[in-house]
Write a protein that binds this ligand. Sequence first.
Ligand SMILES: *Cc1c(COP(=O)(O)O)cnc(C)c1O
Length: 404
Amino acid sequence: MKYINKKLTIERVSVESIAKKYNTPIYCYSYSKLKENILNFKKNFKSFSPLICFAIKSNTNVNLIREIKKFGLGADVVSKGELMIAIKAGINPKKIVFSGVGKTTDEIRYAIDKKILLINAESKSEVLEIDRIAKLKKKKVFIGIRINPNTDAKTLSQISTGKKENKFGVNSKTLLELVSYCKNSKNIKLKCLSVHIGSQILNHRPYEKMLNVLDKTLNKLNYKFEFIDLGGGMGISYDNKAEKLNYKRYNFAIKKFLKKNSSKIIFEPGRSIIGNTGVLISKIVYIKKDSQKSFVILDAAMNDLMRPALYGAIHKISPSIKRIKKSKKTYEFVGPICESTDKFSTLKNFQELKEKEVVAMSDVGAYGMSLSSNYNLRPKASEILIKGSKIKVIRKRQKYNDLM
Ligand SMILES: *Cc1c(COP(=O)(O)O)cnc(C)c1O
């Protein structure tokens, strides 16, 4: 997204023209950015050619998943619905891994029927349940076990998953127990050790620590895993100042790890693949002036983009037409929903804005639309994909009738 002749432009389409033609709020994705992200991700780890399983929960649009699939990626799913959409998008079940702490009997049955690559179990009870179902179905099921490495990902506490107080994975004592349980089971084969320490990780050190824990665990276990699944979590820059994840160092640490433990590596990236491909375009409904600041009331709200309300995330806001004149006031960008947390950000020295003008929020491709809801009975936004000057509607705006 950049300004061309003062007009904010995505690939070759102006934000202004999108708002006019498709109405707002609207999620808008760039195909060339998506392609660039996938190719870069592959390049970063090409020496050991990992299986890259896109974390569907970050963006569940079937058309985007189809595009991602064309680059050979698999999927990481965390529910039956996500497994269904991954299959619908054409992803080979042999490239699908199923994570999550609470897979139900129905979900496990479905995953077994679809012959996916791995069900990554997160507790002893779940392993027993998979074993029971596999036995009833007279099938041999491939599983992974997720370990909780008790590693601080140094990210927001709400999106940290690898510390011992988090609900995810099993500790090394349980892992030991489960490895010997699986050895004796006729119906499950333990193929994978998995881990995922959190999201929006910008420093390679937590990953190094995680690999050290895995290495120590493997030394103690003396069990050969076909796969080591390192999860996702690679962070992106939401503002230009933030530090960037050093992929070279992460890659180096993995290569070192692989010298001792030769397994096929699986990654489950979500945000790093799709995050910076999307913007949310919104129109200013009203500007409410106050002595201290002005409220810019947008037609997009927390139901469309939950991240600011959910974890204080900040997304850059850009006007669709660039002007020189700066406002002396502070602008607080809010939505129309009846919650004080329905607020995107507070900005100083922003250019002067007028009602009915259009703005775009950046980097909303991951956990944007997928976290949206119908709160306040607002229909969900539409989504479009831009390729050069071509525009494809990849999800229609929800109709009021669907909500009644
Ligand atoms: C959410 C999640 C991911 C993806 O995380 P990102 O930060 O989007 O890369 C991967 N694996 C598991 C198990 C997850 O829960």
